[in-house]
Design a protein around this ligand. Structure first.
Ligand code: GTP
Ligand code: MG
Length: 239
């Protein structure tokens, strides 16, 4: 009996010490939209936590990463900040769309033309065979310039609904205040990307995050899945 117990202890300690270290999952999120809408500022705001002092037109693509923790799991959010100018995108476009987990479409609320361009950006995604299961969100940026807004929330919401995307209005520069000193009610940039990451985490097959033998974490994950599904119960996400 003693032998059996000691051999059991031996094998269980072997099992735990031979477990591979937990892998950090990477979510690739591409950010697209016209030049000047604020893609670089939004991605910088999320990853560096502040508005950049100055930006120049992106050439090709810039990568920004941030490790976040959701329900005890560390996840690497990799933002692909793409160039809006056609001449700076041409050679890179194929790479943007490879193995994408989510797409963020950005327009500038003070620039109606950037909103009218959205169908062309959606069409580009379609041409690159982006699956319907890839979540997409719509972000109206520069809400701190409310007085100069050319795109109303109503119109943007209609567009978002028609394309089954959730809409977020925000400001990379000042999420809480308008440039005239009044308050705005825009979404916080961090909250927007965290919401996307939450959605992606809940979409992945449970088995990837499941411990080899335990069942406790599985239950927690299932519950989280259901919460996420409920919070997106409007059917805004394509899944
Ligand atoms: N007021 C205000 N200005 C912003 C905001 N976000 C970006 N900007 C300004 O808009 C300009 C363009 O911002 P970028 O982030 O470089 O734009 P982009 O979409 O990356 O442009 P491309 O790289 O050419 O595609 C810059 O002058 C920013 O300072 C914002 O939320 N509010
Ligand atoms: Mg840029």
């Amino acid at each position: 009996m003693a032998d059996i117990e000691s051999s059991f202890e031996f094998s269980s300690s072997l099992t735990s010490s031979s477990l591979p270290p937990p892998r950090t999952r990477i979510f690739k999120i591409i950010v697209i939209g016209d030049s000047g809408v604020g893609k670089t500022c939004l991605t910088y705001r999320f990853c560096a936590g502040k508005f950049p002092d100055k930006t120049e037109a992106t050439i090709g693509v810039d990568f920004r990463e941030k490790v976040i923790e959701i329900d005890g799991e560390k996840i690497k959010v990799q933002l692909w900040d793409t160039a809006g100018q056609e001449r700076f995108r041409k050679s890179m476009v194929q790479h943007y769309y490879r193995n994408v987990h989510a797409v963020v479409f950005v327009y500038d609320v003070t620039n109606a033309a950037s909103f009218r361009s959205l169908p062309a950006w959606i069409e580009e995604c379609r041409q690159h065979a982006l699956g319907q299961e890839v979540p997409r969100i719509l972000v109206g940026n520069k809400c701190d310039l409310r007085h100069a807004a050319q795109v109303s929330t109503d119109v943007a919401q209609q567009f978002a609904d028609a394309h089954s995307m959730p809409l977020f209005e925000t400001s990379a520069k000042n999420p809480y205040g308008n440039d005239d000193g009044s308050r705005n009610n825009s979404d916080h940039v961090e909250a927007i990307f965290m919401t996307v990451a939450h959605k992606l985490k809940s979409q992945k097959p449970l088995v990837l995050s499941q411990p080899p033998c335990g069942s406790g974490d599985t239950v927690t994950l299932r519950r989280q899945d259901e919460e996420d599904r409920e919070s997106w119960g409007c059917g805004c996400w394509r899944s």
